[in-house]
Design a protein around this ligand. Sequence first.
Ligand code: ARG
Ligand code: GLU
Length: 717
Amino acid sequence: MRKLILFFLISFFALRMAIADEGMWLPLFLNQYNIEDMQKKGFKLTAEDIYSVNKASMKDAVPIFGRGCTSVLVSEEGLLLTNHHCGYGQIQQHSSVENDYLTNGFWAMNKEQELPNPGLSVTFLVRMEEITEQLMENITPNMSETERNAIIKQKSNELMQKAVEGTHYSAKIKPFFLGNRYFLFVEEVFTDVRLVGAPPSAIGKFGGDTDNWMWPRHTGDFSVFRIYASKDNKPAAYSQNNVPYKPKKHLKISMKGVKEGDFTMVLGYPGTTQEYLPSMAVDLIEKIYNPHKIALRQKRIDIMTFEMDKNVAVRIQYAAKHAGASNAWKKWIGESRGLKRLNAVEKKKNLEAEFQKWAESTPELKAKYGTILEEYQKNYSELSKYQHVSNYIFEGIFSIEAISIARRIDVLTEFNENSTNEEISVQQKKLKEWSDDFFKDYYQLIDKQTFSSLIEMYSKNVDKKYQTATFEIIQNKYKGDFGKFTETVFEKSFLVSKTKFDQFVNQFSYKSVKKLKSDPIWQLFYEIKDLYLTQLDEKITNLQSEISILDRKYMQALMEMQPNKIFYPDANFTLRVSYGKVADYMPKNGVKYLPFTTIDGIIEKDNPEIYDYKVPEKLKQLYENKEYGKYGQNGEMNVCFAASNHTTGGNSGSPVIDAEGNLLGLNFDRNWEGTMSDIMYDPTQCRNITLDIRYALFIIDKFAGASHLINEMELVN
Ligand code: ARG
Ligand code: GLU
């Protein structure tokens, strides 16, 4: 009887696991852990179709885009799709008031018109391999962390070198399961990646920051690039002689669309999650860290928005900065709300109570794991004091542009009478280039207001003992008037004007160091940097390193306590598979959201008065005439869909793939109610948001007239 009950319990949990779509799985272990479940949910292919080192597989079609996004190959000629917000920096770089590709879109009508992007790269995974055993060979349980790390580092270097010997590949090693296991990744990096097309922001960023992180959504968030290679199909620096890259694999495009309940899979590079945090850490994020960071960023964003609304040139200059800043700001808000609604701290506490009971159940366990939670508590409460100040430094003071200028020019303070002219002129040249690039998008009025507001917030929220000399001057000499102080400082400083900055750099000799050091903005930068280095850095590093040892133990212990549970590792910007289904959800009591949107919703939101909701005339015409071509279905033009795949930042641009392995769309966001999934996933609330590929093709073809690109792709029904 007991056995029977146990059996039922286990199958109940197995069932629960099967309906929850949580998890970002390692492609290497699909056969072992996931494939059966995936197939049960509708997937028709095999694990080798997703990841294989013996044959072309999906992973060969899904490279990292730039430094923080994913992308997908869709033609034999290296045609690459990613999100509009992932290509945003590049689109902006090519834009000016005369040629405003952000506003009007850009379409290369032939390969000659495709635009190179210095600094942009695309990275393929060649293979991955677990190397835990090799790394742990000489590790003993009683070793100090420093020793342990040194051994791991040395062995890692050896293994990486060996892995890529005689090839043009590069290698990296990353810890998984909070340092309990390690994997090696061999990669191939292409650097000639050209911009092929982008819709106007009124499509690619439709709804702007207002709709960002929200469902229902109507954003055509895609852009098109092409990878170029040398004649022998190898990575090569940009050259006119390069040719379109011939990928090992590209995805075919599904024209079928999706129904509620359909299987979906996301293949991509999720950046960071923290699913195994203890309750006190979650509590700090929810109630202290997020709220303060939100307030600081809100200030910065409000100032930008106000000035951008007044001036078109400023709007272009600050477009990417604004979007970037508001993205994390809004995510933090959603995350704190979601954690609260989910009772995440309580849930973690319950798990911890269970854990503690288990950890005290035998003397061996008690010796190994009995004090983990207590030590967590001690370390986190200590850390929170310093972390709060550190947040004010990085999210406050160091996010001020003037301070970032000081931070950049600070290299010059290292010169002295022994420095050679060559050494100096190397730096002068670099700073000149930096200044051209930086000041192109600098508007002093925004910076001045930000400076004044953020240092004031710092002074109000940070313990007196962390208020440096500048803050005393403001109190004593300026009677606490931050505005007046800022006026004077911006008047006096030579850092916040391109002319003065360049002049100083041009005429620089080691004797000018004195002048730099008397600049009030440099001084504030220096004080805060010094404060951080002398009073915070070491404490924070040590506490974090204590915590990371606990993390490793706690993870190990949890796995030991729940031997039948299949754990997935936290995201760490390595290739993962998430699978789930197209699914609706109830954002609040009495309200249900459908998992699809159509172009009707775009027309509903149309408002010429509001920048984010101005629908382009051409799109309205296409809508009026129902000119959807083969991309529409039953007279409807689908735009986005929601599904239950567990994703995070970095998954932007990831292909969303159907049961047959065809491309359904591009992942680009999550719903606001679900952003706490980085810390705790809720199957009833967490949805990833995907651009329906048919809408992207409709825009490319019918809106932009770039049908030559469609001809390169393989559409399947
Ligand atoms: N929230 C999405 C992500 O995390 C999209 C961000 C870009 N869009 C925007 N309106 N800022 O990256
Ligand atoms: N927009 C995010 C990105 O750039 C993806 C959304 C998310 O965080 O899930 O990666």
